[in-house]
Ligand binder design. Structure first.
Ligand SMILES: NC(=O)c1ccc[n+]([C@@H]2O[C@H](COP(=O)([O-])OP(=O)(O)OC[C@H]3O[C@@H](n4cnc5c(N)ncnc54)[C@H](OP(=O)(O)O)[C@@H]3O)[C@@H](O)[C@H]2O)c1
Length: 208
């Protein structure tokens, strides 16, 4: 798959580290070309401009929520493009969400970027967990929860997650990002606030 990662921070690095060895064509678009090039050198990805990165099967949005719409605007018309929104709309201290209940980061981004085929996903995996691969303790695999109103877009992101060894949980329509973002908030509390560290992930387990 051709995957363009937007951003060159922690999550962008974890995605690039995992996607390149999995055989994907990985390109990085960042607002500072130098940062994109550094990450590209470290991971075997390629640093490109937004215009060059637009030709992707999946665009991974790995900026803070506040930067998401401006970062996507740099691509111009994104009609028909599959974008996976991994953002969490966090307060400055990471211990709360800035929006929720009657909307979500994903819905706001979808509203602001016309024609984009938005999928919420990967937002419940810490960068360290993503970089380490799918196996947690006892061989358990943390799921990637996916919410979208576009079944084909969701299937594309599910295939991407599967290529990295993850199982996916179909979390329903994009509106259910209203649940997935607080779930990530709880995970962040447990990781940082409660001291479990950034080595935990939420899972949905069936009865044996
Ligand atoms: N870290 C995690 O464990 C984790 C887990 C799940 C989800 N997430 C979510 O994933 C997203 C990225 O997190 P992160 O930890 O990777 O953050 P990060 O390390 O701070 O990296 C953010 C990246 O976004 C870029 N950026 C910021 N504003 C931008 C804008 N207006 N236009 C273009 N690029 C912009 C930054 O560029 P500069 O370097 O130029 O500022 C940086 O490359 C966040 O929404 C976060 O909530 C994070």
């Amino acid at each position: 798959m051709k995957v363009t990662i937007v951003g060159a921070g922690n999550m962008a690095g974890s995605f690039a580290k995992r996607l390149v060895p999995a055989g994907h064509i990985v390109r990085i678009v960042a607002r500072t070309r130098e940062k994109a090039e550094t990450l590209a050198r470290e991971t075997g990805a390629t640093a490109v401009s937004a215009a060059e990165g637009k030709d992707a099967d999946v665009i991974v949005l790995a900026t803070p929520y506040a930067g998401a719409v401006p970062a996507l605007a740099a691509f111009g018309d994104l009609s028909g493009k599959v974008v996976v929104d991994i953002t969490n709309p966090l307060t400055d201290d990471y211990m709360g969400l800035t929006i929720g209940h009657d909307t979500s980061a994903a819905e706001e981004i979808a509203r602001a970027v016309p024609g984009v085929r938005l999928v919420k996903g990967f937002n419940t995996l810490f960068a360290q967990v993503l970089a380490s691969g799918p196996a947690l303790s006892n061989g358990q695999v943390p799921p990637v929860f996916l919410a979208s109103d576009d079944a084909d877009a969701k299937a594309s992101v599910a295939a991407l997650a599967a290529s990295l060894g993850y199982k996916t949980v179909d979390a329903g329509p994009l509106k259910n990002a209203r649940y997935l973002e607080p779930l990530a908030g709880l995970n962040i509390y447990l990781g940082y606030g409660a001291g479990l560290g950034t080595v935990v992930a939420p899972a949905w387990l069936p009865l044996a």
